[in-house]
Design a protein around this ligand. Structure first.
Ligand code: NDP
Ligand code: MG
Length: 385
């Protein structure tokens, strides 16, 4: 059965791997729309190959870089966030893949759900910022949120082995990032190149820095809470440097079901797009004849202070996810611009989270207002000496 899809963020790490999955299944997956922010030449190349009905460029400053011959003649070019709204509403697609980075992905997901499309979600920031609104909207409109994040895809697969009320806890694995064994007192001096050198995954820069601070796992704890309705005491995190076990579910009889495969995002992407079927795909297979050791350890709170912020956001609810996410986006950007040190990222996030103008039951506009406030404050924040 042919599934028509729209892919938001097609030029990124998840975007290009999604197109790789589409390339492996031309008889099953058809690309009806693509969006990119700034990489116009890459988007044009993708449009030539996949012939979507629509393409969107969200960075409107690129208008001058686009000539009449940039895209194939049958492809309609749209611009900006309004273009995304039009794409997800008008495209004749069953599923929208949300692979943009950051809170910029929230509006597109909401519009897609309003248009009664299923959403294959890589963009975890969407649930961190707007978890209750997004999950409620999906439920009200009878749409499915299909997780792409590898840990959540793993949990989704493991949860099919029992009933929800039989689950005692979920266990998210974390690689520990590039600084797992580095002396803690030297972390403040960590360089951009060191923080971008992830040991097991090749991802976009924002999530790679998030993995080094472990803010990524904090965001994933929140994501698991919203996707699977788990309380804070049902979500555990364990360090597993080899990234082979992508997450686990423990049932009340003590049985633990794990999802295991070599690290390759094309597997969870393909599962989200072909669910409930499992098809042969482009991913490397597990080979247990290769000598290997898999380790598991408790995360050290002193090394990874970001992790507890994820639990705090679940406990406080309201606008706290929006504040944490916006603060973190700015902090990562400032670290990449050398305006703050590596360890300042989490200090900045904690400061903004603790003093943001909290609203307990926010509307979308409240969330956006806190997002704007937090970005502004995070831009002005200076480390205390
Ligand atoms: P990348 O930085 O590689 O790609 C981001 C994509 O979003 C690009 O297509 C980019 O366009 C587009 N984009 C950037 N800024 C904006 C904006 N303001 N508005 C609209 N589009 C924008 O990121 P990743 O692919 O690594 O990550 C995407 C999402 O998936 C993130 O939320 C991340 O947390 C999540 N994720 C990623 C994983 C991975 O392995 N990479 C694993 C699990 C989750 P352009 O490049 O043209 O400027
Ligand atoms: Mg993940």
């Amino acid at each position: 059965m042919m599934k028509p899809i729209v892919l938001l963020g097609s030029t990124g790490s998840i975007g290009t791997q999604t197109l790789d999955v589409c390339r492996s299944h031309p008889d099953r997956l058809h690309v009806r729309g693509l969006s990119a922010h700034s990489r116009v030449a890459e988007l044009a190349q993708q449009a030539k190959e996949f012939r979507p009905t629509y393409v969107v460029i969200t960075d409107e400053t690129k208008r001058d870089a686009v000539g009449s011959a940039t895209f194939p003649s049958g492809t309609i070019l749209l611009w900006g966030q309004d273009g995304i709204d039009e794409l997800v509403t008008r495209a004749d697609a069953d599923t929208v893949v949300a692979a943009m980075v950051g809170a910029a992905g929230l509006r597109g997901t909401i519009r897609a759900l309003e248009a009664r499309k299923n959403v294959a979600l890589a963009n975890k920031e969407t649930l961190v910022v707007g978890g209750p609104l997004v999950t409620e909207l999906a439920q009200r409109n009878g749409c499915t949120l299909l997780p792409i994040d590898s840990e959540h895809s793993a949990l989704w697969q493991c949860l099919q082995n029992g009933r929800k009320e039989e689950v005692s806890r979920v266990i998210l694995t974390a690689s520990g990032g590039p600084f797992r064994t580095r002396p803690i007192e030297t972390l403040a001096e960590a360089t951009i190149d060191e923080a971008l050198a992830h040991p097991t995954w090749n991802m976009g820069p924002k999530i790679t820095i998030d993995s080094a601070t472990m803010m990524n796992k904090a965001l994933e704890v929140i994501e698991a809470h919203w996707l699977f309705q788990m309380s804070t005491d049902q979500i555990d995190v364990v360090i597993h440097p080899q990234s082979m076990v992508h997450s686990m579910v423990e049932y009340q009889d003590g049985s633990v079901i794990a999802q295991i495969s070599p690290p390759d995002m094309r597997l969870p992407i393909q599962y989200a797009l072909t669910y409930p079927e499992r098809l042969p795909g482009p991913c490397r297979k597990l080979n247990l004849k290769e000598r290997s050791t898999w380790e598991f350890a408790e995360p050290d709170g002193a090394r990874y202070p970001a992790l507890r912020l994820g639990y705090e956001v679940i406990r406080r609810g309201g606008t706290s996810g929006s504040a944490l996410n916006a603060a973190n986006e700015v902090a990562v950007e400032r670290f990449l611009q050398r305006s703050i040190r590596f360890t300042d990222i989490v200090s900045l996030c904690e400061a903004i989270l603790s003093r943001h103008p909290f609203v307990a039951k926010p509307t979308l506009e409240d969330l956006m207002q806190v997002d704007r406030w937090a970005r502004q404050e995070a831009g002005l924040w200076t480390p205390s000496v």
